[in-house]
Design a protein around this ligand. Structure first.
Ligand SMILES: Nc1nc2c(c(=O)[nH]1)N[C@H]1C(S)=C(S)[C@@H](COP(=O)(O)O)O[C@H]1N2
Ligand SMILES: [Mo]
Length: 408
């Protein structure tokens, strides 16, 4: 251990010493050709809804026996286009007055993938989810549509990330006790919307999160990250809104003052509806549930069924899932597969948590139309409501979703 840490220290110090030099060699992502697809991986219609720059996992394509979401099936949310980044010349730049030796952008410490992989490795399983997951139900279930990608419930997955704890990196570089805020910036193109150039996708987060469970991840489920999911390195802020987990991580600024970007001052806040004019930037994801069935699925009459689904929360593991097969007239407890969520699928030392698979028996379904409901409660005591208060951007739809099926 000491020799490894010793080597690491030398590497990082060497990197720091050549900071300005290395910084000039930092690869900007290769700009994508005009008309290039935003998403590079295949999006077969049997497994995805394709929205152009975004793609949603179909819950009816989820294999109930598989706990983690394969990268090939994971939703994609791109503000612009997946960039091509050469891992050999890639470097993460770290700067700011929150380092104990303050550094400007021009003399940022430059860390190669090798430098990062020489630090202690960590694995952490977490639910990865877009803030707008479920947005379409504001319109279809509550009669008031919100603007933005009309996700059903599939902009979510559970991933076992591999990387290094951000706290190891910051401690190794030397962190000022006065540091309060970290800004993560991606290497993808600047985000331009309705003629406004917002610059590169970036979002600040508190130093407490950085020192708690933030991970700089180069791997997912035992593979390198796919280009669409942030290759060669992304930030992961477990349990937080997807936008917090910046892909293609280019730089981290560590500061002694609160940093801001449009992604925490303008976007990703609850506004409109009954919300006050100002509300805090969104952080921890709410509780949600999905059935592993198509909407409008047809089930055979008289044949005993085992229906499956999953529930998840950004704050804690799931404690209980109540399900109704008759539109809410009667409720029962689903059988939770907690071994998968809290033990079985995880390595020792993995402090994270993923979603909780569950199942319910339907012994003798009779012909007719039915509405399936699932309402989860997490171990932090949060329960899915019947109605989610409206907000203009359609974030955090966490109400119980009415899932229609036909038995015939
Ligand atoms: N650099 C960068 N990071 C980003 C984004 C982006 O467009 N650019 N999208 C964010 C959003 S809104 C979400 S929900 C997640 C999606 O991650 P995924 O595409 O790997 O599923 O990445 C976040 N990180
Ligand atoms: Mo998102």
């Amino acid at each position: 251990m000491t020799s490894r840490l010793g080597a690491t220290r030398r590497t990082v110090l060497a990197a720091a010493a050549v900071g300005p030099l290395a910084a000039t060699a930092v690869q900007a992502a290769r700009p994508a050709a005009a008309g290039a697809p935003s998403i590079l991986k295949p999006l077969p219609p049997s497994r995805f809804y394709d929205y152009g720059t975004n793609a949603e996992m179909r819950w009816d394509s989820v294999d109930p026996r598989r706990y983690l979401t394969p990268q090939a099936d994971l939703f994609v949310r791109n503000h612009t286009v997946t960039p091509a980044i050469d891992p050999a010349t890639y470097a993460l730049r770290v700067f700011g007055d929150g380092l104990d030796t303050p550094r400007g952008q021009a003399d940022a410490v430059s860390l190669s993938l090798r430098d990062l992989k020489d630090l202690p490795h960590t694995r952490l399983t977490s639910v990865h989810e877009c803030t707008g997951n479920g947005r379409s139900f504001f319109g279809s279930q509550q009669g008031r549509s919100a603007s933005g990608t009309a996700w059903k419930l599939g902009s979510v997955g559970t991933v076992r990330w591999e990387g290094v704890r951000l706290r190891h990196v910051l401690r190794r570089l030397g962190l000022s006790p006065d540091a309060v805020s970290v800004m993560a910036t991606g290497l993808d193109n600047a985000y331009v919307d309705k003629g406004v150039d917002y610059g590169r996708v970036r979002r600040p987060f508190p130093i407490d999160k950085a020192l708690d469970d933030a991970v700089l991840a180069w791997g997912a489920n035992g593979e390198d990250l796919l280009p669409d999911h942030g290759f060669p390195l992304r930030l992961v802020l477990p349990g937080w809104v997807g936008i917090a987990s910046i892909k293609w991580l280019g730089s981290l600024e560590v500061a002694r003052r609160e940093l801001t970007s449009p992604w925490n001052t303008t976007f990703y806040r609850l506004t409109g509806g009954d919300y006050p004019a100002d509300s805090p930037a969104l952080t921890v994801n709410p509780v949600r549930s999905a059935w592993e069935l198509p909407f409008g699925a047809t089930l055979p009459a008289g044949v005993p069924q085992t229906l499956t689904g999953r529930s998840w929360s950004g704050a804690a593991a799931i404690r209980e899932v109540a399900v109704s097969l008759d539109g809410g007239a009667t409720w029962q407890r689903a059988d939770l597969d907690e071994s998968a969520a809290t033990g079985g699928a995880l390595d020792p030392g993995d402090r994270g948590f993923g979603w909780t698979p569950w199942s319910v028996r339907w012994p003798r379904p009779r012909a007719g139309s039915y509405t399936l409901l699932a309402r989860a409660t997490d171990r932090a005591g949060r329960t899915q409501p019947d109605v989610t208060p409206y907000n203009t951007a359609g974030y955090f739809f966490d109400a119980v979703v009415r899932h229609p099926v036909t038995v015939a």
